[in-house]
Write a protein that binds this ligand. Structure first.
Ligand code: TYM
Length: 340
């Protein structure tokens, strides 16, 4: 472990590849807001557009989705006065450090990444080189801020382990104690929100079935319909957490309830244990609509003035570069790059 003391700093990112889901909100954004408001950290949150283009994005859609994601962050409670909110490509040091990390990371490490295997599918020869190098850019996103904590959903765990491996190898190879070993923060009831149609699959924007997910732009009727139709089993809710074992769909709805209500799963079961889904689902609909509708309304309001969003991002990039430019300069010095 590193002896150097690093400023407590949080970094996390989301791809602007279209359609924020309840999984992104509960697994990531809501946690970002909590960490911002704890006041114990500097917080930097990012739309990772350079990551998004590792699979094809229509240029018009990418620009729209980047602004919509910024609106989603702000509408959910990310305050640009308290957090630095940026678009990745506007802070060039991310990509510059990523190149250095491409020389640190080993082919074998990247080949083990399950997200690459999932996204590349069977035809890995046809995947972009960027998709393969994706985790090195992610490590650069984090380490160009010397970030100490990274809140993410469960699916990003392997990438964060790789980030630590890259930091360790860089520090070792160059004989420095320069990059921190960043801590993943994978906490709460909703680190892995599952599909509403299949409790064994992650809720995802890329699932072909729209009924499998709640989108942050869904209106109240759509949210109600999707929750009412969500797959469940015929049994009543248990009173103890143990009773959710082998009931993935029931567990998922209880986890979603707990995360939305800021309760523990135990508390939810203390209140709803013994209830049939016929009674629990309407309670979940009311809760979800009361928490999510104000966010989608605010997102639409913000999207009516994209010039304001662009101003927020320009200011965020400026603030970010005050941190990233000196860290890149020091990295170049360590590596032996001659600079003026
Ligand atoms: P992305 O864009 O796929 O997802 C963004 C965040 O949402 C979380 N998430 C979920 N959490 C719970 N349940 C789900 N069903 C669910 N679906 C998504 C993800 O875990 C993630 O936290 N590689 C990252 C983006 C990234 C990044 C970074 C993250 C790039 N650089 C640096 C942290 C730090 C990604 O693809 O997230």
């Amino acid at each position: 472990m590193s002896d150097t003391t690093f400023t407590p700093r949080v970094f996390s990112g989301i791809q602007p590849s279209g359609g924020l889901t309840l999984g992104n909100y509960l697994g990531a954004i809501k946690r970002f807001v909590d960490m911002q408001n704890e006041g114990a950290y500097e917080t930097v949150y990012c739309m990772v557009d350079l990551h998004a283009i590792t699979v094809w994005q229509d240029p018009g859609d990418l620009a729209h989705n980047t602004r919509e994601l910024a609106a989603g962050f702000i509408a959910s409670g990310i305050d640009p006065e308290k957090s630095i909110l940026i678009n990745q490509s506007q802070v060039p040091e991310h990509a510059q450090l990523a190149w250095i990390f491409n020389t640190v990371a080993r082919m074998g490490w990247m080949q083990r990444m399950t997200q690459f295997k999932d996204k590349a599918g069977k035809n890995t020869q046809n995947a972009s080189l960027g998709l393969f190098a994706y985790p090195a850019l992610m490590a650069a996103d984090i380490l160009i801020y010397h970030a100490t904590h990274v809140p993410v959903g469960d699916d990003q765990k392997q990438h964060l382990e790789l980030t630590r491996d890259i930091a360790t190898k860089f520090n070792h190879d160059y004989g420095v104690d320069f990059f921190p070993l960043t801590e993943p923060v994978i906490e709460g009831a909703a680190t892995r929100v599952m599909s509403l149609r299949d409790g064994s699959k992650k809720m995802s924007k890329s699932d072909p079935s729209d009924a499998s997910r709640i989108n942050m732009t869904d209106d109240a009727d759509t949210i109600a319909k999707k929750i009412r139709k969500a797959k469940t089993d015929p049994d009543a809710l248990p009173s103890e957490v143990k009773g959710l074992e082998d009931r993935p769909e029931a567990r998922n709805l209880v986890n979603i309830y707990a995360a939305l209500a800021d309760m523990t799963v135990e508390q939810v079961l203390a209140d709803h244990g013994g209830a049939q889904f016929g009674a629990f689902k309407p309670a979940l609909v009311d809760l979800a609509v009361s928490k999510l509708s104000p966010i989608s309304t605010e997102m639409s309001r913000l999207m009516a003035d994209t010039a304001e969003i662009d101003r927020v991002l320009a200011r965020g990039a400026e603030q970010a570069r005050n941190i990233t430019a000196p860290i890149l300069k020091q990295t170049y010095d360590i590596v032996g790059m001659v600079s003026g």
